[in-house]
Design a binder for this molecule. Structure first.
Ligand SMILES: Cc1cc2nc3c(=O)[nH]c(=O)nc-3n(C[C@H](O)[C@H](O)[C@H](O)COP(=O)(O)OP(=O)(O)OC[C@H]3O[C@@H](n4cnc5c(N)ncnc54)[C@H](O)[C@@H]3O)c2cc1C
Length: 451
């Protein structure tokens, strides 16, 4: 699909508000390839006055929109409030890769939880992938969906265990749709010889993340959901009588149930979540259109992700650009020269792209947990949350919405399975955890370089 004629405003801003603006109106989408190629979408007015509903959802990324959509289909009256615009957070800026499985491999999950629970978690992740595809199909969401994702192993000594992991999935989980690639086949598939082997997952794939979020928002509104942009929740109060009250600068929402779906942009709204889920910044670039070179690089247009701790991930866009993600920062500042920062990562994989112009580069905030498994919780009666997808949120955040909706509807079994995953708080508390994390993450990044 070529980009549509309608464009969302994408003007440069003096500062990236990823770490929290307190604006009362929505800011424009940060400039990115996705904002520049987004389908036309209405600007939704902020909340104006006090309202009541069945469920108030805070945040309009995949988690919030999917929760709202699944609840509205059950006849619930839902109001979504979004501090900025629909898909303004990670959901409108990510690599667009839809992965199979949970964020941690199955052998780790078996060791942690035993076979039966590990199997149940794998089944949920498989359903997550199917849920994304089925939402796209059911609601005719035009988001450049393409099948296929290749995993590339960057250390020769890791190849054996990486292949064994896939064999384990095939033998013990009946996993199908995957084929191994030796170094030569991988080079033909991804147009670079810097990797040692890998595998192609035909059931995973990639999409235009912002257009997927905008499509979910449209589906929500068709199902009767009210979405208020430019509306930041500043507090969640309880009236003591079974109702919550979500306070915003322009009004309040009273509802029995509230879902916090703010992920890496939470900024202190809920202490418990803040302690368990840590925001980090990750960066992406889009080159100029590559013309015939694009097909030589990745002839079958799969997405690719490598085995580094700070993953390199890339794909060719529908208009033939290299969309390459790589590099992270853990504090409040981001690299001054974003294009140069991500380009250096890209050139490690594709030195031949040194002559290509970089048209866009942008950053986004995702959220990680200590064990890299998502943080699902019922925090107190009527207050639910899901976040911390640790870079695996296209599938799992969308699916979290389905499980949150099930739980609010009274069937908590599958939500409880995710909520039973133990979670540790980050050492150092809210303010000191950044330096601690920088040290830990820098060590892993160094390991990548030494590899
Ligand atoms: C650069 C980057 C690349 C990534 N690549 C991939 C990938 O390829 N594959 C993958 O699976 N995952 C990837 N991820 C992760 C994935 O994007 C996220 O896990 C997912 O989008 C999370 O969705 P969400 O709805 O929970 O959060 P978000 O999309 O971040 O949405 C949270 C929303 O809440 C709003 N909000 C926050 N506080 C308030 C408040 N007080 N009141 C009202 N609204 C509020 C924010 O404005 C924001 O719009 C990537 C993330 C980044 C940043």
């Amino acid at each position: 699909m070529m980009p549509s004629a309608g464009r969302l405003p994408a003007r440069p801003r003096p500062e990236d508000p990823a770490h929290g603006t307190r604006s009362m109106t929505a800011t424009a989408y940060p400039p990115s390839y996705y904002a520049a190629t987004a389908h036309e979408a209405p600007e939704r007015p902020p909340l104006d006055g006090d309202v009541s509903c069945d469920v108030c959802v805070i945040g309009a990324g995949y988690t919030g929109l999917s929760t709202a959509l699944h609840l509205a289909k059950k006849g619930r009256r839902v109001v979504v409030i979004e501090a900025e615009r629909v898909g303004w957070g990670a959901s409108g800026r990510n690599g667009g890769q839809l992965h199979s499985g949970q964020r941690r491999d199955q052998e780790t999950l078996e060791a942690w939880f035993g076979e039966a629970r590990a199997h149940a978690l794998f089944e949920l992740a498989e359903e997550a992938k199917r849920t994304v595809k089925s939402l796209i199909a059911t609601h005719a969401i035009d988001c450049d969906w393409r099948d296929g994702l290749i995993h590339a192993v960057h250390k020769k000594s890791w190849l054996h265990s990486a292949n064994a992991e896939v064999e384990h999935l095939m033998a013990r989980y009946g996993y199908e749709g995957t084929s191994f690639l030796d170094a030569e086949a991988l080079t033909r598939a991804i147009g670079t010889d810097v990797y040692h082997g890998g595998w192609r997952d035909g059931t995973a794939g990639h999409l235009h993340p912002l257009n997927y979020a905008l499509g979910l928002a449209r589906a929500c509104e068709e199902a009767g959901v009210r979405i208020c942009e430019g509306t930041r929740a500043t507090a969640i109060e309880s009236d003591g009588g079974g109702h919550r009250r979500v306070v915003t600068p322009t009004g309040a929402i009273a509802s029995p149930d509230v879902v916090i779906a703010a992920n890496g942009y939470l900024e202190g709204l809920e202490r418990d979540v803040d302690a368990h889920v840590m925001p980090i910044r990750n960066y992406v670039l889009a080159t100029e259109p590559l013309g015939h070179r694009a097909s030589r690089l990745i002839p079958f247009r799969e997405a690719v992700a490598d085995s580094r701790f700070v993953v390199h991930y890339w794909r060719i866009s529908s208009d033939g650009r290299m969309i390459f993600g790589g590099g992270e920062t853990y504090g409040r500042t981001e690299p001054k020269d974003l294009k140069g920062f991500v380009r250096a990562h890209m050139l490690k994989v594709y030195p031949d792209l040194a002559d290509v112009a970089i048209d866009y580069a942008w950053g986004g905030t995702l959220a990680v947990t200590m064990n890299r498994m998502p943080y699902f919780r019922r925090l107190r009666p009527g207050v639910y949350t899901a976040s911390g997808y640790s870079g695996h949120g296209v599938a799992i955040a969308t699916f979290a919405g389905k499980l949150l909706a099930e739980a609010i509807e009274g069937d908590t079994s599958r939500f409880d399975l995710m909520a039973s995953i133990p979670a540790k708080t980050f050492p150092g508390g809210r303010w000191l955890r950044h330096p601690t994390l920088v040290l830990a993450m820098s060590w892993f990044a160094l390991r990548d370089r030494l590899g």
